[in-house]
Design a protein around this ligand. Sequence first.
Ligand code: 0FV
Ligand code: MN
Ligand code: MN
Ligand code: MN
Ligand code: MN
Length: 552
Amino acid sequence: ATRQVMSICAPMISALPHRPMIVAAVEQRGRRTFRRTLHVRSCSVTSHVAPLRRSGNYHPSLWTDKTVQYLTSTSTLQKEEERERINVLKEQTRRLIRKKQQVAEQLQLIDHLQQLGLAAEGRSACHIAALQAPENEWLLYLFERFRDEKGNFEARCENQIRGLLSLYEASYLEKEGETLLKEAMDFATEQLKGFMEEGSVPEAGGFREQVAHALQLPLNWRLERVQHRWFIEACRGDDTINPLLLEFAKLDYNLVKDMYKSELRELSRDRLPENYLWALGFTYEPESWRCRMIQTKIISLLTLIDDIYDVYGTLDELQLFTDAVDRWDLTAMEKLPEYMKLCFFAIFNLVHEEGYRVMKEKGLDIVPDLKKTWGDQCKSYFEEAKWFHHDQTPKLKEYMENGLVSITGPIILSHAYCVAKDLTGEALKNFHSYHEITGSSSMLFRLYNDMGTSTDELERGDVPKYVQCYMHEKGVSEEVARREIRELMRKYWRELNASLSWDSPLEEYFMNIQVNIPRTAQFFYQDGDGYGKAYEETKSQIILLLLKPIQI
Ligand code: 0FV
Ligand code: MN
Ligand code: MN
Ligand code: MN
Ligand code: MN
């Protein structure tokens, strides 16, 4: 049976040699079996002349199924002890929060909890009105204080620099039209850079390193879980952080990591730590495990399907596949080329399996929404394939309308929404109203991806991406295009920040995913294609986030 499945999948495998394979039945292939697969294919090709296939030439998988299966967790006994200790620390943290009366102190505490990966603790333990004030009054207050002293930083005490650092981070929550925040951003950036250059930021407690890290990239743009790990390590000697919190954070981090490992082991037929890292970027909270599981699966499928549309499929085949998914027509499967059948089946099963579960647990039918989003996804891929095969460069507007779907933002958000723990009938009915306000998140995802991947994509033969469409339409150089696109991304960030404040039973969970999509994209694409080329930063972060515990 395996042989049969392998021969069915063979064309798919040979076209996409180094992209992840999702189909459960396909066994793990090392390089050797891989060659055998190719051989199987060449023996089983039917009479007609096979079309000339292009290849994506991605590198081989870095993580074998064995590695994933042998991921070990802490022993149960030790885990029990750690849980007990965590409970004590949790109680002490709560007391700490209650004790701090000054808003400034509370804010600092909340900030530490967030950066240490204990945000849930901060949220459930207290509700600080100041944090929820839409005008960010506390921030303006902070800024005013600096403004009064502008040009008068003689003292340069560490506290002032810390204040500036908070101002800098907070200013990235700006929305369109908040000129004061923009001023605050420029001011704080300039001041902090100046202090760094003249060496007046103290080394002690890793403070200098913290400032350099912040200047490199603001907190609001960072992948949360990666930042937690970094922060826990970076603040070891930092005496402004309560040692209780630090101990709590380390124990909690390691325990939650064990949970991630068991999720990964369960998914391992898809064997893709990289995809899991995307899902973890979208939502890291232990209670969102259901979302991580389904995201990892759909990302595996989407990556494969994207490559079929980008590289492997002929336009006729793609038309068939698009129609089949659009109509959810199982009988259309007969007409699909062999290599597409399993793929179609996998989508079909995934959607119905999840639909079955949600109906059983909540009596709600999520299947129509999921079907629609898969249909839209394939149609957007198909649009790009047509541009490519007809050698067309779309108008920017046209490219983007399509591109913010093809990048998978909406499909990811739809699945996140539908599997939400707190999904209600009311929320499901309102699903469509959320769709529109998620635009800036998907837009940023597309732009981060295009900025990071389009050079390689063009080389291997792909549709012109935003950078190229921009150069074409505006008649500017690549350098200018990239500079202006970076500005545009700032605008979408402001738009995204502004959209994060509507009411819904899902509010917090869904909002977080929306903002985590561009953060995760920024992480993967900051130095080029960190997904296609996953052996550097991506690999070392997988090791830190999923394999290597924090030294207590
Ligand atoms: C597609 O990248 C791809 F593999 C992504 C976005 C990583 C997997 C993550 C998700 C599906 C969330 P590629 O640059 O090939 O995408 P485009 O749309 O440019 O072909
Ligand atoms: Mn692609
Ligand atoms: Mn594509
Ligand atoms: Mn791309
Ligand atoms: Mn591509």
